[in-house]
Design a protein around this ligand. Structure first.
Ligand code: SAM
Length: 644
């Protein structure tokens, strides 16, 4: 007899048996499926595996690793119309899937980013998790975002009924984190917002990608309300995981503190100071925890002095060897004798204008509510344009925690409503800094039912760009800047201006697309036509500026470098001067020796010592023009001659 349940479906006996096993052995289930090897073990059947070792793995990890290492076939195309101050700004807004974008930035931004902040999907089941296509990830992106057939596919949620719930998320995050790490400077740092759903998995992959020794801390912050969604307790906190690129080089930012007591006095510096042990104490203070922070400094008797926890137990210093050298020579290290032993201390001076009062930031952030993020955005747009934006104050705090200096680059590759860009501009306005931002965001469609869609924002990039425009205008519109911050500041040129006069509120928009350079992809049915089409080097609808930026990427040049366009008098020929003429690109037709002479004259007039020149390969009038152009440039000291 078949049993029927109320929804009209037959009872699934297999499912019921599985549920029974789950009741007795919940630990043998992984992502909703039985791990039969584990089941054998819990039933006492131990099968020794020789390869047993500590590791964290999931279905697809090896493929995700391979994906991170496969070069991208894409490029970034500049879009002047959607940019603000295209010719002068040093900020970037990049539209595209961040995996491909991170690959493209590898050369230009290797070791250049001081701080990365990301707020990826938390994988709550309601948010969408991008799935990469291992065969052709760029084509996948173009199809998903409707750039091939203008339809675009609905980006689905990674719901928890899906058996590969955690796996999909890990496969998405893992290659992106690996690529992101390469971009950090040696003293760089990454912050990742997350909640309980993936914190454990995230920490495990971060330990692997960044190294356990580079784990700095896990900040806890007050997140959204939580009372309605929480089942047992009102969960009102979330996390921000923090890793350095190189712990020995990382210096944490410090918070300003009032009313500190300074018991000592430094004659030379004429400042009061207090002291703090120079060797590490508490957690991670053994030599084995930080082997590269164990080294000798010279004590006042001229002997080598190592950090020691006790007579026999080796410890480590709080500073890298390079920083220690700098601090010793600037008089910030003091030796004091205790029980006939020298002990090294850091001198912490009383504050001056150059050295403000400071203390360590704490790992609990409970004074910034998510509500301020939402209300600020609503104020800027007059409607609820984006769900759950992070508060600008949170990002501003993180930039300080990261110890970002005034010229550092800050990257956010899950940019959403571009809160990070807003915070960078706000902080620059307050302290006269020139920090630059790079935002990366997928043009994820907004839902037709959403207020954003109704207000004309068809995808999240449109929201992000408009937010930066509005926030920038608002910041320079004086209201949001405190009076003390409008003091005059000195610029590199020696001139003085107010922070707002030099504030960069522009951004260059670049969009992910297939390469501008034609692939040899013959149609064997119509070979003649294919041969004919392959004569032009570039895809038809691409502009010269598109190709210029692709060349910059290939050379590994930062994309915020100035690109000037110059047309040769009485001709159709245009040259592009990248980085004030250090790289010259000419993609015109009929290239003749006249152009070479024009470039040589420009080199002389502007005293450019090192110059590289790129020409379109089939742009030369004929072979002898090519040879002559090359000779003229060579004799004028041009370093490199390249054709594309
Ligand atoms: C939680 S939101 C970030 C919110 C942001 N911190 C703010 O304050 O507005 C995550 C964003 O990442 C974007 N995203 C998801 N997958 C992406 C991908 N593969 N490439 C680029 N952006 C992606 C989503 O469209 C979403 O806007």
């Amino acid at each position: 007899m078949l049993e029927t349940n109320f929804n009209g479906k037959t009872l699934d006996i297999l499912e019921e048996n599985i549920l029974k096993i789950k009741e007795i052995f919940p630990d043998v289930f992984t992502e909703g499926k039985i791990d039969f090897e584990k089941l054998q073990q819990v039933l006492g059947n131990y099968c020794e595996t020789e390869n047993e070792r500590y590791n964290f793995s999931w279905n697809g990890k090896a493929r995700a690793l391979r994906l991170a290492q496969t070069p991208s076939t894409a490029t970034l195309r500049p879009c002047k119309e959607e940019s603000k101050d295209f010719d002068t700004t040093e900020n970037l807004y990049i539209e595209g899937d961040n995996l491909e974008v991170l690959k493209l930035l590898q050369k230009s931004y290797h070791n250049k980013i001081k701080m990365i902040y990301i707020d990826p999907p938390y994988n709550t089941g309601n948010d969408f998790v991008y799935s990469d296509d291992y065969k052709d990830n760029l084509q996948n992106y173009l199809e998903l975002t409707g750039q091939t057939d203008n339809e675009g596919r609905k980006l689905g949620n990674n719901s928890d009924t899906n058996g590969r719930y955690h796996t999909n998320w890990l496969n998405m995050m893992y290659p992106r984190l690996r690529l992101a790490r390469n971009l950090l400077t040696d003293d760089g740092v990454i912050f990742i917002s997350i909640n309980d759903v993936e914190i454990d998995n995230l920490k495990k992959i971060c330990h692997e990608v960044f190294g356990e020794e580079n784990f700095i801390c896990n900040f806890i912050r007050k997140g959204s309300g939580g009372r309605q969604d929480s089942k047992y307790y009102a969960i009102v906190h979330e996390y921000i995981l923090c890793y350095s690129k190189n712990i020995g080089d990382f210096i944490s930012g410090e918070e300003i503190k009032e009313n500190e007591v300074y018991p000592f006095y430094d004659e030379e510096k004429q400042l009061k100071y207090k002291t703090q042990l120079l060797r590490k104490w508490g957690e991670n203070s053994k030599r084995s925890d930080r082997p590269n922070l164990f080294y000798a400094i010279i004590d006042p008797d001229g002997n080598e002095h190592y950090p020691m926890l006790s007579e026999n137990e080796e410890s480590c210093w709080r500073w890298s060897q390079t920083k220690m050298k700098e601090e010793i020579s600037s008089g910030r290290v003091e030796f004091k004798k205790r029980n006939n032993e020298w002990i090294a201390y850091e001198k912490i001076f009383e504050p001056t204008d150059d050295n403000p009062k400071s203390k360590l930031f704490t790992t609990i952030i409970d004074d910034i509510s998510n509500l301020t993020g939402a209300s600020l955005l609503k104020e800027l747009f007059d409607e609820k344009i984006f769900d759950y934006p992070k508060p600008v104050d949170l990002l501003r705090r993180i930039i300080n925690i990261a110890n970002c200096k005034k010229n550092d680059i800050i990257l956010d590759f899950f940019s959403g409503s571009a809160t990070t860009a807003h915070a960078v501009m706000q902080l620059n306005a307050e302290d006269g800094g020139n920090r630059k931002f790079i935002m990366v965001q997928l043009p994820e469609s907004t839902d037709e039912k959403d207020e954003a869609y109704k207000a004309g924002y068809k995808n999240i990039c449109e929201i992000g760009k408009e937010r930066i425009r509005r926030a920038g205008e608002k910041i320079v519109g004086a209201n949001s800047v405190r009076p003390k911050d409008t003091q005059q500041i000195e610029m590199e040129t020696g001139e003085h201006c107010s922070p707002l006069q030099k504030l960069d509120i522009g951004f260059k928009v670049l969009k992910l697309d297939s390469s501008n350079i034609k692939k040899w992809n013959p149609d064997y049915e119509n070979l003649e036509n294919s041969l004919y089409e392959s004569i032009g080097n570039f895809i038809d609808d691409r502009t010269e500026l598109d190709v210029v930026y692709e060349i910059m990427l290939k050379y590994g040049l930062p994309l915020d470098l100035p690109v000037k366009q110059l047309t040769m008098p009485n001709s159709q020929c245009t040259i592009y001067l990248v980085d004030n003429g250090k790289l010259v690109i000419c993609l015109s037709e009929n290239i003749s020796t006249e152009i070479a002479k024009f470039i040589v004259q420009y080199k002389k007039d502007n005293s450019i010592d090192e110059m590289r020149v790129v020409f379109k390969d089939n742009g030369f009038k004929d072979d002898s023009s090519k040879t002559n152009v090359k000779e003229i440039l060579k004799s004028a000291g041009v370093e490199e001659f390249v054709t594309v």
